[in-house]
Design a protein around this ligand. Structure first.
Ligand SMILES: [Zn+2]
Length: 136
């Protein structure tokens, strides 16, 4: 089997502010981040598609104890976003005071940008990750 969209290509697109996913030609489900198979039917009849990067917050957490190397970013808020196209992805939330987050975040509409995080001793160099802000 082959990866229609490797994590490397997904990450390169993210650095250009493009969110790529996979559309299943059998059941029409969108998979994102990329996997080898459709997340719904496990089929491999997939094609690469660009997503709009818009959705709503379904859950969140505020990080108070950072992984090694990220201590100076504390505190920060991570959100899980249900994209308009269906899949759920994780990213950082900006435009808020992380010490004042609450349940009012649930359901808020957001749009995606990205941030490039520098590599550390556990990773393979710099990597882009989704960064969400409130949609107008
Ligand atoms: Zn499918």
């Amino acid at each position: 089997m082959e990866y229609k969209l490797t994590f490397g290509k997904y990450n390169e697109a993210l650095k250009r502010n493009k969110l790529m996913g996979l559309k299943c030609n059998d059941c029409q489900t969108i998979t994102c981040p990329p996997k080898m198979t459709c997340q719904e039917c496990t089929g491999t009849n997939l094609e690469v598609t660009e997503l709009r990067g818009k959705g709503k917050i379904v859950t969140f957490t505020t990080i108070q104890v950072a992984p090694e190397g990220r201590e100076n970013e504390l505190p920060y808020t991570i959100v899980m976003v249900e994209l308009d196209e269906g899949p759920w992805i994780i990213g950082n939330l900006i435009d808020i005071d992380p010490s004042k987050t609450g349940m009012e975040l649930i359901g808020k509409k957001v749009k995606m940008g990205h941030k490039v995080f520098s590599g550390d001793k556990y990773s393979n160099g710099d990597a882009a990750r989704p960064l969400f802000s409130f949609a107008d």
